[in-house]
Design a protein around this ligand. Structure first.
Ligand code: GDP
Length: 439
């Protein structure tokens, strides 16, 4: 996401490279480029202008520190300003009430139903007990879709396909949720292809009769300035509490993420990054800013890794590594962990400096397929005793896994190298030595 904007900002910063100080003259060219980059990313004109004016004032007003270059200083200012533009702090859901009622609104195809499923999944992982209410009375398929997603994530759905009254269904759903002790009730509503009066009237009515604690407006980030305009209309009518930007995994130019807060003054609370139920992230303006600037989102990466990380398991693993007992079973498990962390390309993109390099590389989630096939073709004895895998065994494994002998040998060699490094790192003194030797 945002590769284009990243490239252009990179170019803008290059203008400043080699300059000793920031002056009105040398920063002007860079700011012009930055503004162009923002406009190309589909940020609206007013927002882009205000933004660059702010950056300019900060840049010219800041003390020139000898320890940082003007380019670095400007990057820092840009980072702070982008963060502020997108809302500053992350904005949490208000879940204090029991039950908390959350209304989901947006146009057809924005990703409402998908998000409703994702949100239930997210809240469930936080220990909540959500109920979904299928409020789309126009599309029976939408009710079915919600039921399928709910089953996937293991939460109940309230639906009433006999009724054509969204307000009544919402109220019945809330009563049902209260009866079953659901502490969060998420109401999916009907959309339309475009904004129309009857849709607005209907959702306003649902809002008036259900008093939701959160109203989340779901919008497709790919639609750029249209997303911002739609947000404005919905907000004028519904006074929603937050925005959900979907499809940020696609080829979006990013304008919606950058302009929505400044136009409707409501925070982006979540972003959707894929079709699967776990492709949902809480929106952190600061992390998004550093991502846009190509600084990499190390914090997110670490956090996701931590979510998958089991301390006891890790201690066991450490012990095995120290005793040089790390084997192909452990390796296989590690791969499964990495896969659970999400899409490979996304993960790589979060590592500083890698994002841009990866742009044209096609990594799919099957990157591990061959490795898995090779390991699966090993016998339990071989998995537990990697040293035993000599030529004849390698040949058999290659045949069994539909790979080539060289691939099997390469994997075993890599595995052995990895074991050596891991063993060194498991011994603090040796690890320190290793770090010293690094370039
Ligand atoms: P609704 O009409 O607003 O309920 O929209 P849906 O939830 O049915 O979503 C419309 C389409 O967008 C479906 O094909 C979803 O799988 C897809 N979709 C939803 N969210 C995302 C997302 O974050 N990323 C991607 N790539 N696709 C999404």
């Amino acid at each position: 996401m945002f590769e284009n904007l990243q490239d252009k900002l990179d170019r803008a910063f290059k203008v400043l490279k080699g300059q000793g100080t920031i002056t009105e003259i040398n920063v002007a060219e860079t700011l012009k480029e930055i503004r162009k980059a923002l406009l190309d990313a589909d940020v609206n004109y007013k927002t882009a202008k205000t933004f660059t004016d702010e950056v300019k004032a900060k840049a010219l007003g800041s003390n020139v520190l000898t320890s940082v270059s003007p380019g670095q200083l400007l990057t820092k200012i840009m980072n702070d300003e982008l963060t502020a533009l997108m809302g500053g702090e992350a904005s949490e859901l208000d879940l204090k009430s029991n039950p908390t009622i959350i209304l989901i609104a947006g146009l057809n195809g924005a990703g409402k139903t998908t998000f409703t499923g994702k949100l239930a999944n997210y809240l469930k992982s936080k220990g909540k007990k959500p109920l979904l209410v299928a409020g789309d009375v126009y599309r029976p398929a939408a009710v079915e879709q919600l039921k399928v997603l709910a089953e996937q994530v293991g939460v109940p759905v309230y639906a009433n396909t006999e009724s054509k009254d969204p307000v009544g269904i919402a109220q019945e759903g809330i009563a049902e949720g209260k009866k079953n002790n659901n502490n969060v009730i998420i109401i999916d509503t009907a959309g339309r292809l475009s904004i129309d009066e009857s849709l607005m009237a209907e959702i306003s009515e649902v809002k008036a009769k259900t008093n939701p604690h959160e109203i989340l407006f779901v919008v497709d980030a790919m639609t750029g300035q249209d997303a911002v305009n739609t947000a404005k209309v919905f907000n004028d009518r519904l006074d929603f509490t937050g925005v959900v930007l979907t499809k940020l995994d696609g080829d979006t130019r990013g304008g919606a993420a950058l302009s929505i807060k400044s136009v409707v003054n409501k925070p982006i609370k979540f972003i959707g990054t894929g079709e699967k139920m776990d492709a949902l992230d809480v929106f952190y303006p600061d992390r998004m800013a550093s991502r846009i600037l190509g600084m990499g989102d190390v914090v997110s990466l670490v956090e996701r890794a931590q979510q998958q990380f089991d301390e006891k398991e890790a201690a066991e693993l450490q012990k095995k590594i120290r005793k040089n007992k790390f084997d192909f079973n452990d390796f296989y498990n590690q791969i499964q962990q990495i896969k659970k962390m999400g899409n490979m390309k996304d993960l790589m993109g979060m590592i500083p400096g890698v994002g841009k390099m990866m742009k044209n590389v096609d990594i799919d989630d099957d990157a591990f397929k061959n490795i898995e096939a090779i390991i699966n073709s090993m016998t339990p004895f071989e998995k537990a005793n990697p040293d035993s895998i000599q030529q004849s065994r390698r040949l058999r494994i290659a045949k069994g896994s539909g790979t080539k002998l060289e691939e099997v040998s390469k994997l075993i060699k890599q595995f052995e190298d990895m074991r050596k490094v891991m063993k060194q790192f498991s011994n603090p003194a040796a690890a320190a030595q290793l770090m010293k030797n690094m370039p």
